[in-house]
Write a protein that binds this ligand. Sequence first.
Ligand SMILES: [Zn+2]
Length: 373
Amino acid sequence: MKSRCANLLVEYGGIRIDTILKLGGEGGSLTLIGKKNDDGGWTFFRESQESAMTDVLDEEDQDLLLLLNPRTRMIGCDLELALKSLGRHWKQLRPVEIHPDFRWSMYKLVIESRVSNLYHWKKICLKNNPLYQLAEWISSSKHTVVLSGAGMSTESGLPDFRSRDGWWRNMDPHKVANVTAIEENYELFWGFYKYRIETVEQYSPHIGHHILAKWEKNGWIHGISTQNVDGYHVVAGNHNIVELHGNIRSIRCHYCGRSSDVADFLNRLNCSSCQGPLRPNVVLFGEMLPDNAWNQAFQWFHRAELVLVIGTSLQVAPANQLPCLTSGHTVYMNMEMPEELDPSFDLMIKGKVGQLLAELDEMLDYIHSGKEE
Ligand SMILES: [Zn+2]
């Protein structure tokens, strides 16, 4: 199905301009266009006539030409102001096109503005909006489970130690995070995990983690199965958690299994019982997932009416097989869209996870307030 990627893209010379809102009707037409800034925000322009600007955009400073073009007027970076700049007239017109990223925020503004033709706005902003479709699925599902991955943590600022950018001392993690390293090169193993534990402690859960905790409390999701070892879902307040790859702040003896404190590990102490090396309770490369965690996740996904896969490229087995177990709807949300995904998903939504979850949360509150009828 459709992704959230903007499909209304128009190229004006070298500048990428997206249609944000197109209104039409008997009184004429109005168009709001936008240019995405490097920081992820937008600058809006009002286009008073629908005509291509390509003819005037052949000089070096195309940004300037866009501003100087008599047919466009820069409004600024605030969507509400941009809408107001269209004058009162816009309320009489019908929405024809709305950029997918702005459908929900536009709808919130439209409700406040008391437009006369709300039905047409609903059709585009809600019914034709994958994110709103998902909010309705969450709202009606009796058993929703989440699978989260590295993308959830990187939005907190945590480096992804598997990706090349996040490598410790430029070393392939496969060579450090394994049993052989504990037994034959403990200094290296310990250094790597000391660094990772300290990094996890420097950051904290973001808004997306907190929203998932709220959803569990409200009964909107049943539980989260995560590939992350940072424990941020627990810190945020989720209780039904399956940490498939363990938790980095839980420490045990590699030989006898006796549990120990994270401080003992950071101070490079040995097991107080057998003097064996201490290690985090995480699944190292080459180790099997703990049976109880896997079985619990298996049951959840098998029973699920809705599966949300958040912030994972689904490269790591066997966790990537979990979404296949459900006979319900499957939804994929991530900043990056992998070229091929197995299984295929009913909905694929691209964007920052925290932002998508925040928007979904507002939609769920809206649905539950009964205002959508
Ligand atoms: Zn021991």
